[in-house]
Design a protein around this ligand. Sequence first.
Ligand code: SF4
Length: 58
Amino acid sequence: MARIRRWLRKIMQSLSGWWQRWQAPGRFLCDSCRYDYGDVCRRPERPNATKCPDYRRR
Ligand code: SF4
């Protein structure tokens, strides 16, 4: 059962990454993210995130 859960989690992460890349028109997600201003986002990946669980398109 644990192997199936790990496998499903991996599939979901893959789909999530694909969905983010499809939504973001530029090379980096931050360029089109609604949290890319001021001190709203404090993630270390900013401003060159290519994967981010908090990404939301503007
Ligand atoms: S939430 Fe993620 S994608 Fe958005 S600005 Fe921050 S690091 Fe970039």
